[in-house]
Write a protein that binds this ligand. Structure first.
Ligand code: PHE
Length: 349
C-alpha cells in the first residue's frame, strides 16, 4: 500500500503543521492531538505499521516517523503554552470585576422613632438611678384599676374607655402603664426606682391626637422622705435633657385616683420659646403627662406602710414627647407605616 514512506511523512508533516497553525482554541488543539499523536492518531498508526513496510522503506520510515513524532510533539507543546495563556486571558477578561465601581448600598433598617424615644428616656432616667422594667399589656382589672385606688364605678373602667378581653376574670388591655406600680411594689421592699415604657390601649375615637394604641413611660420612686420636690426635680431634669437647658416646667393641680396630690406637668414650648405657636396651640406650654405623690391607699394595697414610706409617680405619653420635640401634628403618623415619615427620624440619627 505504501510505496514512498518519505512522501507519506512529508504529507503528514505539511498537513499537521498547517492545522496546528490554524488551531485557535484549546478544543482545537485537543482535537489536533487526537488526530495525529493520540493512540489512534495518524503518526502513531504510521509508526505501528512499520513492520508491514517493504524492508528497504523501513529505516527511512522509522527514522523519519520518529523525528516527525518528536517535532509535532514539541510544536504541540509550544502551541499549547500559547493557547492556554490566551485562554486564561480570555477567561480573566470575561470574569473581570471592576473593583473601582461604587458598591451597592445595603438596605439597613432603623429603629422606630418611638423605640428611639424609649431608649433615650431609659438612658436619661438610668442616670438618675431608675431601672427600666416591662410589664404585661394584657392585664387584670385588679392591677389596672383596683390596686390603683380606682373604684368599681370609676368612669375609666367604663367599657367605652377600656378594651375588655373575652376571658374569665376581669381581663383588660392595660389602659396605662400604671398597673406596673402595683406589680413592682408587691415584688420588692423600698427603695423603688423604676420606669416602665410600653404600649397602652384605649377605646377612643381616633383623631390627630388620639389613637387606640399609644406608648407611655411610667415612673415610680418610693423611699423614706420622698417629696413633691423630688418629683419636680426629676421631671424638670428630664425636660432639660430632652428639650434643652433653658426649658421651664409647670406643675398644676390635677386629679388621678392613685396620687395625692396629683399634678399635670408641662414644659414651655421649645419651638416658640413660650410665645405661642402651632405646636403648643398658642398656649406656650406643652403638656407631657400626669404625676403626683403615690396615694396612701396604693401603698397600703401593696403592703407598704404610708407612715414610713412616700413616693411619687408619673406617666408620660411617648408619642406626645416626639410630637412636641419634632413638631409632628398627627399622632396617627407613628403607626401608619409611611416610610416617608419614618425616614426623617432615621436620618436625624
Ligand atoms: N396613668 C395616668 C394616665 O394614663 C398618668 C399618671 C401616671 C398620673 C402616674 C399620675 C401618676 O393618664
Amino acid at each position: 500500500m505504501m510505496t514512498d514512506a518519505q512522501a507519506t511523512i512529508d504529507d503528514m508533516r505539511a498537513r499537521a503543521e498547517t492545522e496546528l497553525g490554524a488551531a485557535g482554541t484549546m478544543d482545537d488543539l485537543t482535537a489536533w492531538e487526537r488526530a495525529y499523536l493520540g493512540a489512534q492518531g495518524e503518526v502513531t498508526l504510521f509508526l505501528r505499521g512499520l513492520a508491514s513496510l517493504p524492508a528497504n522503506q523501513r529505516p527511512i520510515a522509522g527514522r523519519g516517523g520518529n523525528a516527525l513524532k518528536n517535532e509535532l510533539t514539541a510544536a504541540w507543546e509550544a502551541r499549547r503554552v500559547v493557547l492556554s495563556a490566551a485562554d486564561l486571558q480570555q477567561r480573566l477578561a470575561n470574569d473581570a470585576v471592576d473593583v473601582t465601581l461604587p458598591g451597592r448600598q445595603p438596605i439597613l433598617g432603623a429603629s422606630h422613632p418611638v423605640s428611639r424615644m424609649i431608649d433615650e428616656l431609659s438612658e436619661i432616667f438610668a442616670l438618675m438611678g431608675f431601672q427600666t422594667v416591662f410589664g404585661p399589656e394584657v392585664e387584670t382589672a385588679h392591677y389596672n384599676f383596683d390596686v390603683l385606688n380606682i373604684p368599681k364605678d370609676h368612669p375609666a373602667r367604663d367599657v367605652w374607655d377600656t378594651f375588655y378581653v373575652d376571658l374569665p376574670g376581669e381581663i383588660v388591655l392595660r389602659t396605662h402603664t400604671s398597673p406596673m406600680q402595683g406589680r413592682v411594689m408587691e415584688r420588692q421592699d423600698p427603695p423603688v426606682r423604676v420606669v416602665v415604657p410600653g404600649r397602652v390601649y384605649r377605646y377612643e375615637a381616633q383623631d390627630a391626637s388620639h389613637e387606640w394604641m399609644l406608648h407611655q413611660l411610667e415612673g415610680l420612686a418610693v423611699d423614706r422622705n420622698i417629696t413633691l420636690a423630688d418629683l419636680k426635680g426629676v421631671l424638670s431634669e428630664m425636660a432639660r435633657q430632652l428639650f434643652g437647658p433653658d426649658r421651664r416646667t409647670r406643675f398644676r393641680c390635677d386629679f388621678f385616683p392613685f396620687v395625692e396630690p396629683g399634678v399635670d406637668f408641662a414644659v414651655d414650648c421649645a419651638i416658640c420659646g413660650g410665645a405661642g405657636c402651632r405646636v403648643c396651640k398658642g398656649t406656650g406650654w406643652l403638656e407631657m403627662g400626669g404625676a403626683g405623690m403615690v396615694h396612701p391607699n396604693v401603698l397600703r394595697n401593696v403592703g407598704y406602710d404610708p407612715d414610713v414610706y412616700s413616693g411619687f409617680a408619673f406617666g408620660l405619653g411617648i408619642e406626645r414627647l416626639i410630637m412636641m420635640r419634632s413638631g409632628v401634628d398627627d399622632i396617627r403618623a407613628f403607626a401608619a407605616n409611611d416610610l416617608r415619615f419614618l425616614r426623617q427620624f432615621a436620618r436625624a440619627a
